[in-house]
Write a protein that binds this ligand. Structure first.
Ligand code: ZN
Length: 488
């Protein structure tokens, strides 16, 4: 306990120093917007050896210093990413995703028109300055991609740090990135170092539907300055808060080994919580909906306990369910945080929605995957997991053996023309894959496969080939014919 307090004092000291040093420097470096798209990424292509060696979760930390200006809807950010070149290659460049850039234009925004209740409002992420090991470097931006040219080649196993000074404009839109009715939903707001597979960089991608992300897990230490009447909901846990004499407050948050750092700030929202032995469960929702919080907490607790028993315990100290004014999605998953759309709160499908989003804490959070190239991996598993939970609620120990329609799962987001066919193939088809596997191998064997998949790829990114290998090993036979029926 004593040692923990000393560590907290050191963290606060570091952040006070960071604040004094950075103060969001001026000197905007012009972003050169010429084509930077690489052809390294080929949707749907995997090889049996494919892995994601860089960046590694246990070697990567993000320290961020953020300031939320709620009047002008701007977040000023200073990020320092520390990691090691574990790619096994000499690197001359680094790729980052700058997701808020997707919201610059009507034509590129993934938010549906109905989400812009006051007309279109642009969002962006401007990069002010980038330093590699303390030395300024050039960079290019195109769409949501940021390419950083290193001042010299970086050798394998070299430790390095990148400092990025940035500024994000938050659009007025009821979406997972945007602000509406007193809430700032700031998913994927900060520059994120992209993952590299054995084939090369997983380049940043935008998509009008689905989750176009391929995120390596990392540890985060974040200082956020917000107006005092705003409540923060984030991944990880609050370490310290300090009220300032200007009506604002500094919060220091730590999140270890998480897929991403979720950030939400809300005013006029209420919080209900259940403090358990190892986990604090929170429900944050608009004040006028406060009577619904006990039901959300009760159901979320039951779902978590069910999945904990199936696969092993949820490892983080907190889980927050936030009810948000979001259009285009009914739910959204982040590490330690789940969004549920206000419209869904009183609907009969709420239990299934909560089960789906909470299952993502394992299948997306603990075991990550390329959600752009292989969306069936996490969405299929989340849909199947929700079906398992509903079946359990009905008192059945096993899913009923219904006829399953086989579809091609080997498809990336751009292989679909619209959201509906994407959901049918990836969500329903993905769930069908797991139901069919139960019929082939038995329900107990499938749970054994999932526990192996979790233990082999915890805090890593897994590919479809990795999963097939786990299934073959646990089945003790070659399952190629089964996979082929799903074009895998
Ligand atoms: Zn999902």
């Amino acid at each position: 306990m004593k040692q923990k307090n000393i560590l907290i004092v050191i963290f606060i000291g570091i952040f006070c120093l960071l604040g004094a040093c950075y103060l969001w420097p001026e000197g905007v470096r012009a972003a050169l917007s010429q084509s930077a798209r690489s052809d390294l990424r080929k949707p749907g292509l995997t090889t049996p050896e494919m892995g994601y060696p860089f960046p590694r979760a246990d070697k990567t930390t993000y320290q961020m210093d953020l300031y939320l200006d709620t009047i002008n809807r701007i977040v000023y950010g200073q990020s320092q990413i520390r990691t090691t070149n574990t790619s096994g290659r000499v690197l001359g460049e680094l790729w980052f995703s700058i997701y808020p850039q997707a919201f610059q234009n009507v034509s590129t925004s993934p938010a549906p028109a109905v989400a812009y209740t006051q007309g279109f409002s642009p969002g962006s992420l401007q990069i002010k300055e980038i330093k590699f090991n303390g030395h300024s470097c050039d960079f290019l931006t195109e769409g949501i991609a940021l390419k950083v040219m290193l001042p010299r080649d970086m050798l394998p196993e070299e430790e390095f740090h990148v400092d990025i000074s940035w500024q994000a404009q938050v659009p007025r839109v009821a979406y997972r990135y945007g602000t509406q009715d007193g809430i700032f939903m700031l998913g994927h707001i900060y520059p994120t170092l992209n993952a590299m597979s054995d084939e090369g960089w997983c380049l940043p991608q935008n998509s009008p539907f689905g989750d176009p992300f391929c995120l390596s897990a990392a540890s985060y230490l974040v200082r956020i300055n917000v107006p005092q009447h705003y409540r923060l909901v984030t991944s990880g846990e609050l370490i310290a808060s300090l009220a300032l004499d200007n009506g604002r407050e500094n919060h220091l948050i730590k999140a270890e080994m998480v897929r991403d750092f979720a950030l939400t700030a809300c005013s006029g929202y209420e919080q209900a919580k259940q403090v358990g032995k190892n986990l604090t469960l929170k429900c944050i929702l608009p004040s006028e909906m406060r009577t619904e919080s006990s039901q959300v907490l009760k159901e979320s607790r039951q779902i978590l306990e069910y999945f904990n028993c199936l696969w092993g315990s949820y490892p983080y100290p907190e889980l927050s369910v936030v009810v948000v004014p979001m259009q285009g999605f009914v739910g959204m998953e982040y590490a330690g945080v789940v969004y549920v759309s206000e419209d869904q709160l009183k609907r009969s499908g709420l239990t299934m929605l909560l089960a789906h989003e909470i299952a993502h804490q394992w299948w997306y959070g603990l075991v990550g995957n390329d959600q752009y190239d292989e969306p069936w991996l996490d969405e299929g598993l989340a849909a199947y997991s929700a079906a398992l939970y509903l079946n359990h609620l009905q008192g059945r120990s096993q899913l009923p053996a219904v006829a399953v329609r086989q579809v091609s799962l080997n498809r990336a987001l751009p292989d679909f023309a619209a959201d509906e066919p994407y959901r049918q193939a990836i969500y329903q088809g993905g769930e069908g894959f797991w139901r069919a596997l139960e019929q082939e191998l038995g329900a107990d064997k499938v749970q054994k496969i999932l526990r192996s998949y979790l233990s082999n790829y915890r805090y890593q990114l897994a590919s479809g080939e990795d999963l097939k290998q786990v299934i073959n090993q646990e089945a003790h036979r070659d399952m190629s014919r089964f996979f082929a029926a799903w074009s895998l």
